[in-house]
Design a protein around this ligand. Sequence first.
Ligand code: PXG
Length: 300
Amino acid sequence: MGLVTYVNGAFVPKDEAKISVYDHGYLYGDGVFEGIRAYDGRIFRLDAHLDRLYESAQYVMLEIPLTKKAFAEAILETVRRTGLKDAYIRPVVSRGVGDLGLDPRKCSTPTVVIIVDTIQLYPKEAYARGLRTVTATTRKIRPDALAPQAKTLNYLNNILARLEANRAGVDEALMLSSEGYVCECSADNIFLVRRNEVWTPPPHLGILKGITRDTVMELVRSLGIQMLEQVFTLHDVYTADECFLTGTGAEVGAVVEVDSRRIAEGIPGEVTQRLLRAFRELVAVQGTPIYTPATAERGR
Ligand code: PXG
């Protein structure tokens, strides 16, 4: 078994998965996507990811030519055909093949792709030592220009920030709103621990409402710690007791340095580590099973 990709209803080997250069997803970034993970044969929060995919599509007036139920089944079947139990799943729906003008009316059928692969976003050592970040000079796109809640194929704003992190030789880039408030990182949400409270920016500031973020907010509350969604500045980050990032790829990743300032002791904090443990316990038991008894022998 090798990696299998779903392309418009067909299951094809990774190397044969192809789309047209006239696809407006390629020409204009006109489309939406999701990033989902499977842990030990279960897809974590599949319904929440599908809800967000369909909401992103609704925002850009892109009609996904599958019901949510059919999409879920297509995802499950693509993973089954790879035989993977731990996987990274990337559904992508683009406007489809059109002409060289940007008018979406020229695109008659959306292109639906589901990529299944493996993922390790940050190296293992990064979790042990903690992540280092810099604040990008690139500001978040204003929510009235392009809603950051929508996971669209236009990721250049985040990529510009990531380039800045690369140039600084650190792991991630922190992004601010045009007013200078802390929003999120290029592919992760941000949290602070301050005096036994946990803070994260509210969605209206112009961030992606991360599914890991929602999960971690629930975990914070279940640990009996005060969880606040509130606006904060870099001053609050630099002086925090702990800082961590959340995302499908990153899970819960401690941040130990921001803009050359060491955060507290410069080692992963206690609350962060408790939350990472709680998160890993949760993903091990929660989620949509991929392999039913009838297909179980295919899992590895
Ligand atoms: N903010 C942004 C801008 C993101 O792109 C998150 C927050 C975290 O959201 P979730 O729902 O994952 O908790 C994301 C997610 C990648 C990659 O390949 C990117 C994401 C997720 C998985 C992989 O870089 N972005």
